[in-house]
Design a protein around this ligand. Structure first.
Ligand code: SF4
Length: 178
């Protein structure tokens, strides 16, 4: 008799609230405004006058488990233990005190990740799957984007563009680049 195949566990997307920084959880839907103290740092202030600082960094986009663990270790040691990935694969660390911001930035940059990508910068470049997963690519996506990001490294950090710049590439006509 044939052995029944192992079936996937379909559990869906988990509730994200449980993974949020406690300050974000307490102030969900209650933010009054935010500003940018320096490139790569956001400061949100809530209607209850609580504040949270977000430090954003770039990565090589295609990450192995060791790189993800390295980022998580930085969050545990220098942040409050919380990170999230943005839709463009920036990584954001949240802390509840201004004193933690500079040591966190130093730890992130000394591990090789550039801090930036907020406001009028060239944020991380998003791309389609390319040679990694897809079976019809006309060209690669991740390799080209890594080379582009290396070239635009300063523009990620400096925040000197006329406005926010978001770039996207794709490797066939199915998903046109924007
Ligand atoms: S853009 Fe085209 S080639 Fe690239 S991953 Fe999507 S379907 Fe595949």
């Amino acid at each position: 008799m044939a052995v029944a195949p192992r079936m996937p566990i379909e559990s869906g997307c988990p509730d994200p609230i449980q993974y949020m920084h406690p300050t974000m959880r307490r102030n969900y839907g209650q933010w009054a405004y935010h500003d940018r103290p320096r490139p790569g740092v956001l400061r949100h202030t809530s209607k209850h006058n609580e504040r949270i600082w977000t430090v954003r960094c770039g990565t090589q986009r295609q990450m192995d488990v060791h790189t993800v663990k390295k980022l998580a270790d930085i969050a545990d040691e220098f942040g409050d233990g919380y990170i999230r990935f943005t839709i463009r694969s920036n990584v954001e660390f949240m802390v509840d005190s201004e004193d933690k911001v500079n040591p966190l930035i130093e730890a992130i940059e000394s591990a090789g990740f550039p801090v930036g990508g907020t406001g009028p910068t060239v944020s991380m470049i998003s791309h389609t799957q390319g040679w990694l997963h897809c079976d019809i690519p006309g060209t690669d996506a991740s390799g080209v984007v890594k080379a582009l990001m290396d070239d635009l490294h300063d523009e990620f950090k400096k925040a000197e563009m006329p406005n926010r710049v978001h770039m996207t590439t794709s490797c066939c006509q199915t998903h046109k680049a924007t």
